[in-house]
Design a protein around this ligand. Structure first.
Ligand code: AMP
Length: 203
């Protein structure tokens, strides 16, 4: 079975770190929309020019633009053949509906809600701001992103619960502890434990 996974969680939930690790573990594409957009800005592409101010403020990029970026990326060979982990998309209900369309032929098989309380996320983002100097980790931008998460992204949890693909994973603990929980949840949902070599098929 090919893993096609969506990782949901507040900014600072450890989604990016765990996403990168899971992608290696299962040998699937790590599709982080935040990374894609930051690369576009760094390379000063047409998309980068459009999204820079939006991102710096901690606001959300338009749904249509995001959907077309993701559609293009999921159509690439690695994601099509080996599967993928989506990190940062969907973030709104219209994006989730767009993703339902994009994946109609090959549906998402597991959606993980990585649960970390707001207070802990605020502590972690404060530390990341000091270490990485991301403009969108300023206190104002963090406030806006967390508010947007509650307002726009939290409703996706009900959407995926209805589809029967949701797994909730406790994101509090060391990175290793959380990783083990994630692998166990993905195993229960898909039957896949790791990439080849352990007798398990990826496809
Ligand atoms: P992230 O690295 O996922 O926290 O994304 C960083 C920023 O990129 C967000 O605060 C948004 O401004 C923008 N962004 C990333 N993914 C999306 C998305 N799916 N929809 C809208 N904006 C996004």
């Amino acid at each position: 079975m090919t893993i096609r996974l969506v990782l949901l969680g507040r900014q600072g939930s450890g989604k990016g770190t765990q996403g990168a690790r899971l992608a290696v573990h299962y040998d699937i594409a790590h599709v982080s929309t935040g990374e894609m957009l930051r690369n576009a800005i760094r390379n000063d592409t047409p998309v980068g020019k459009v999204v820079k101010d939006v991102i710096d403020k901690g606001s959300l990029v338009a749904d249509d633009l995001m959907a077309s970026l993701v559609k293009g990326r999921l159509g690439e060979t690695d994601a099509r053949t080996r599967g993928y982990l989506l990190d940062g998309f969907p973030r709104t209900l219209p994006q989730a509906h767009a993703l339902d369309e994009i994946t109609r032929a090959r549906p998402i098989n597991v959606v993980i809600d990585l649960e970390v309380p707001r207070e802990l996320v605020l502590q972690r983002l404060g530390a990341r701001r000091a270490a990485e100097h991301r403009v969108d980790d300023s206190p104002e931008a963090v406030e806006r992103r967390l508010a947007l998460y509650e307002e726009q992204t939290a409703p996706l949890i009900a959407h995926y619960r209805r589809q029967g693909v949701l797994a909730v994973v406790d994101g509090v603990g060391t990175p290793d502890e959380v990783f083990v929980r994630l692998v166990s949840a993905i195993g229960s949902a898909t039957g896949v434990t790791a990439r080849g070599g352990d007798g398990q098929s990826r496809r």
